[in-house]
Design a protein around this ligand. Structure first.
Ligand SMILES: [Fe+2]
Ligand SMILES: [Fe+2]
Length: 194
């Protein structure tokens, strides 16, 4: 399915504000692909589709889980903030006819990250946070790192922020985020003192 067709379908699935966010993520992901030498077309499509399941009703989620045989983990069950990425990857395959595993994984892991992320996964993860419509305390710092070739530093800062936030709010931490963080730090991709 081409970009325009996907955008038209998404208009039926997302409120206007979320569609705008999706278009912004797509555009940002293309810019980052130029900087980091990633496939621009894949980045554009993954960015556009990434939140397609964000506004599913409980019933729609239940239907998808059954129909596509989705295995949600205990943290994802009844938690659309986490499950929309996993479900979104299945919707991307079944509804938008995306069969590229790199695009599907970038959608699947855009909320938590994971161990050993691909370049496209990292780009979509960061584009989701720093697209031009985003506004939160550390967004400028994240933009600066991401646009200046320091993608791993940006990811670590973002994982740290997420982990601190869930601790401060006494929420559960998704283990994939911890693993994503440890993988980058533990492999010396950047130094922990940075
Ligand atoms: Fe999302
Ligand atoms: Fe998003």
């Amino acid at each position: 399915m081409n970009y325009k067709k996907i955008e038209t379908l998404l208009k039926e699935m997302l409120p206007e504000r979320r569609l705008k966010h999706s278009l912004n993520v797509s555009e940002c992901a293309v810019k980052l692909s130029e900087i980091y030498n990633c496939d621009k077309e894949k980045a554009a499509i993954a960015g556009l589709i990434h939140d397609c399941a964000k506004y599913f009703t409980d019933e729609q989620i239940e239907d998808c889980v059954k129909k596509f045989d989705i295995d949600l983990d205990p943290l994802e069950v009844n938690n659309i903030a986490l499950s929309h990425s996993v479900i979104g990857a299945h919707v991307a395959r079944e509804v938008f006819n995306i069969d590229d595993e790199e695009i599907l994984n970038a959608i699947k892991y855009h909320t938590t990250g994971r161990e050993n992320m691909s370049l496209l996964e990292k780009i979509i993860y960061m584009a989701d946070l720093i697209e031009e419509g985003r506004n939160f305390p550390s967004v400028e710092e994240l933009r600066e790192l991401t646009y200046s070739g320091k993608l791993e530093e940006a990811l670590i800062l973002s994982f740290n922020n997420t982990i601190k936030f869930v601790i401060d709010n006494n929420q559960l931490i998704h283990p994939r985020t911890v693993k994503a963080r440890n993988y980058i730090l533990g492999n010396g991709i950047i130094h922990s003192s940075n």
